[in-house]
Design a binder for this molecule. Sequence first.
Ligand SMILES: [Zn+2]
Length: 76
Amino acid sequence: MRFPEGSFERTAREVAAAPLALFECGVCWQVYDPTEGDVINQIPAGTAFADLPEHWCCPGCEAAKERFLLLDDGHD
Ligand SMILES: [Zn+2]
C-alpha cells in the first residue's frame, strides 16, 4: 500500500496507536475489522475499535464491547 507524500508522519503515528488492530469477540469469535467497520451497527469503515461508541456490542451475539480481545496478528 502506498501513501501520498507528506502523509507518512501522520500514518506512522496512527500505526503506533494501532488503529487498525483487529478485535475478536470472546463469546462467539466474531472479529471486528476496523477497515470494514460494522454494517450491522452502522459503524463506518475506518473506525478503530477504541473509537467505537460505548453502547456498541458484538454484531454476532450482542456481547458487550469489553468482551472483545485484541487479536495479535502483527508478529510472525
Ligand atoms: Zn460475539
